[in-house]
Structure formats: structure tokens, C-alpha cells
Design a protein around this ligand. Sequence first.
Ligand SMILES: [Zn+2]
Length: 492
Amino acid sequence: MRILTACIGHETNTFASTPTTLEDFRRGSPTPEFGGGAAILHHFRGTRTVHGGYIAGAEKHGFNLEPLMHTFATPGGTVPQNAYDSLKGLLLERLKAAGQCDGILLDLHGAMVTEAIEDAEGDLLAAVRAIVGSDVPLIVTLDFHANVTAQMAQHADVIIGFDEYPHTDMFERGMEAVEVLAAMQRGTLRPTLAYHQLPLLTMPPKQCTLIEPMRSLLAKAHAIESERGVINVTLAMGFPFADIRNAGVSVLVTTNDDAELARRKAAAMAEAIWEKREAFHVTLTPVAEVIEYARTQARGLVVLADGSDNPGGGAPCDGTVILREFLEKDVQDAVVAVIADPQAVAAAVAAGVGNTVTLDLGGKTDHRHGAPVRLTAHVKLVSDGTFTLRGAMGGGARACMGRTAVLVVGGVEIVVTERRIQPYDVALLRSVGIEPTQRRLIALKSAVHFRSTYQDLAERIFDADTPGVHRPDFRCYEYRRLRRPVYPLEGT
Ligand SMILES: [Zn+2]
């Protein structure tokens, strides 16, 4: 059985000021010039990623996988049209050249926006379908934050979204995609997909499936999934930092050849989410309060999530608001991870380990994440910034921060990187000699994913009240293209 795979992934924050270029996609590919084939299999085999799941599933069923390309750019601003057109052109060209195949597995995010296309994945799926025709099974895996559209649902045979946020089930969803394909090949499955969009936007901290209301809603989804005839239930909670018509929550239900059952179950699931809409309200805590808590009450590690500057949602990752407050209040045993600032890294490298350096740190991308902080720091460590993820989210995969320096000012260690990277895995801090369990207060540029490895280490977790293009606060964004009405913008 000959199965083609591909990944063109991006989560587009249309409120971010920096566009996501073809160069960013190049950096997000493990191969030069977006090469496919065995190099992709080699790179992802044994990792807790979607492609890792495809590979394990294919090996189980004896399928022959042929990756056409794989690129996932770090979330950021809108994708220039020519960058998207190049990637799409490359994929379609290789798809045509590949000729006959028995199935296609597409590993997409579901929230990519280009200059001209709000629904890039819908556009891509339509183009793929036009080439391969209606008989070739086309199974799509999407991120939990996909802004799913009717166009995506129309062109895919089955859409399988991540269940979990933090995304700790990417491998399992990749495996599931192969299982679905195998059942279609055996002739025991004729998938029917129902798509149900809600008039609802939700924000990351409360989209987390480790806490309510999502924990109960996911349990309900799994209960429906176990019913006779139901193949998959996907809760796509959407990416709210995109001003597009179809941003927000949708439900997808796939059944075995029973359109009415799929429609009914999707409606029931949507109703259950809608009933909980008020429970998605987010509470943010001022940084000063968290510092005070860590100083006077905490008996263990306190984690401060700077979700507003989360590079995993397209923010610059060079915000300085928390750092400034840590320094002004002379906080001890504290870490700020990370601040992406290539100029500062260059200055630290030039100064050398063991020496001091004076520089302006962070706040260089725009004016929405705090101003640069002038400081004189001790250069504690310099590294090449590569490490292996160890947690359930992407575990086994290599990560690269670019050259990295650990700067120390008073009681604060600052991890400064060349690249924007979300520090969700404790392996990142350990790779630069910082043991999280031996610190009192750690600020992370992450909204929820950090819980995949920090949840059990932290005595208390706070969502920081900081500014930024990923701030979970609807009052900060002006939506012009979004369909209306949508809760909570229009109340109940
Ligand atoms: Zn996501």
C-alpha cells in the first residue's frame, strides 16, 4: 500500500506585526529545500509527533509511506501570498509527479492565513482533492487550535484533531489517522463527516484540557467516540488571535456511513460546549501579586505563564514586562525563559562566559510587549541551543533555540535565545544548566503547553497580566472580518 504524506503547518496570528516568510518555513523544515522522502522518515521515527504516529502506524500495517515535504514554521504574522504559493506549488507538483497512490495523510495545523486567503488549509485541500480525485482517501490531522471551515470538511474524508491541550496526543492522533485509512482500505469503513461551527471564541488558558470546563467536555467527546458507529469526535477550540470569518470553536464528528448520526452527535457536543460558555472566562494576575506570593507564601516552585508573549501563538517572545518587574523588585531564585534577542546573544558571546556585559535586552520587535531593558549582566553560560524534548509533547524530537546565553542579574537568570521558542519542556532549562525544581519563581513565555512538563513540578501556576498580541483578553482585539454575532463579543 502506497501512502503519501505531507506537512505544511502554520498558526497565523493576524494581530502580530511580523510576517511569516518562506525563510521561516525553511527553518521549520528538517530537510534542505523542503526535501521529502526517507530523510523525513528518519527525522520523525520514534518521536511523539503526528508524523511519528504516521510512521508507527504504517509500520504496524505494512504500508509504504512516502513523505512529499515537511515544514512547520513557528507561529507568527500573516503569510505573504508568494510564500504560500511557493509551498503549495511545490506540494502539488510533487503530488502530480508521485502518480498513483492508495491514500494521503496530511499533517496540517488548520489556522494558516495568507495575505489573500483566510482559509489556507481549505484552499490546499481543495487543490489536493482536484488532483487526486474523490476515490483516493484523504485523511487530515489538525491542531486543537484549528479554525476549521466547511471547505476543509468538504474536501477531507476524515479530519482528526488533537484532543489534548497541551498537545500531548499528537503521536496517537497520527496513529489514529493510519488506522482510519487501514479500515477504509479493508472496506469496513465508509467515513461520513459532520461539521458544526459554534458562534463562540475562547482563549488559551481556559482551553486547557487538564482543567475545567475542557476536562469534562473532552470526557464527553470520548464517551460519544466510544458509541457504536462513531469513528472520531474532534473538538477544535480554534485560534482566537486571527481576524478571519471562521475563527473559533467547531465540532467534527465522523461516523461509519451514517450522516444523520454524525450530524446529531456533532449538534449534541456543540450544545454541551455552548452551555459551558461562561466557564471559559480567563482571570489574569498582576505580576506584583505573584512576586509577593512567591516571596511570602509559596512552599515550592511558582510558575508565571506569560501567555501574552507566547511565541507558540505568534508573539515576538522578546517582551520585557515581567523581567523589568523582577529586576525592580530584586526577586531571588528566579528565571525568565526565554527572551529572543539575537543582538543580545551576540553581545553576550562577544563578552564571553564569566564576564559582564551591558546591553539593551528585548522589546525590539514592536511597542506592544514592553520597552528594551538596559542591564549589566554576568554571562553565566553560552550554548549552541540544541536539545531533545523529553515530555509527552513532541518527546524525542530535537529542538533548536539558536545560539543561547544565560545572563544573570542579581537573583534573576535570563535565558536569551537567537530564535523564538516556546519553553514548554523542562528539558529546555536543563539544557542550559538550570534545574527548575531548585528555583522559586519561573516566568515562561507559554500559555498552556508548559503544563505538559511543569504541572507536576509547580506548587502554583498563575496566568500573568501582561500586554501582548497573545493576551487572552477580547478587549485587546478589534475583529473586522469575524462572523457575528460571536460570544463573548456579543454577550449571551
Ligand atoms: Zn495548538
